[in-house]
Design a protein around this ligand. Structure first.
Ligand code: PAN
Ligand code: ZN
Length: 186
């Protein structure tokens, strides 16, 4: 049976989910340890906190086998030389995920215990993220980057496992002339 609650509406002009079941933001203060330069983080936080991204979710039903549709809006900007990114996580359970980029220019970082990979992720990109990989998106453009994700309600978020492994060692920073990005590995 299809219920009224199973429907939502996505505004393609404003790339916005109407009537989300949940909205949250992640700020610099929530992700302090993730950035390379702690002194820059502390300096920014001493005057103001920064919203790095907003997540809107449409999660009609919690029961087993159901899906979540979510839209992430990742602001453009840098902390020191380092571009804004989503925190990144493994899934707690063995579920893959689809990411679809609606707008902007970014990179998708995937990691497991031993390896990290970097992929272009920009308007039109579709990525099927295997359940074994932690995933992070970096905004390397000068406009908001927006992407849809679709995943199982039981996928779960394991941020701790990424931290225990020492975090993502791939860092995306501004190049010396500030005109493009470069990839550094810690
Ligand atoms: C996404 C992410 C979202 C925010 O919906 O949760 O982009 O990123 P973090 O969760 O890493 O802060 C997803 O991957 N869900 O599984
Ligand atoms: Zn995920």
């Amino acid at each position: 049976m299809i219920l009224e609650n199973d429907f939502s509406f996505f505004d393609w002009e404003y790339l916005q989910l109407e009537k989300p079941t949940d909205i949250y933001v992640k700020k610099l203060s929530n992700m302090k340890e993730q950035f390379i330069d702690n002194s820059v983080v502390l300096k920014i936080l001493s005057s103001a906190d920064l919203v790095l991204y907003k997540v809107e979710k449409f999660e009609p039903e919690k029961g087993k086998g159901n899906l979540i549709f979510s839209v992430t809006s990742l602001y453009p900007g840098t902390v020191g030389r380092e571009y804004f990114f989503t925190q990144g996580h493994y899934h707690q359970n063995d579920f893959a995920e689809i990411y679809i980029c609606l707008k902007g220019k970014g990179l998708l970082l995937l990691k497991d215990k031993n390896n990290e990979q970097v992929y272009n992720f920009e308007k039109g990109s579709i990525s099927h993220i295997n359940s074994n990989f932690a995933h992070r998106v970096v905004n390397i453009g000068d406009e908001m980057l927006k992407f849809i994700s679709v995943y199982n309600v039981d996928a779960g978020f394991d941020y701790e496992k990424v931290i225990k492994e020492g975090g993502f060692s791939t860092k995306i920073v501004k190049s010396e002339n500030s005109k493009s990005y470069k990839i550094e590995t810690l």
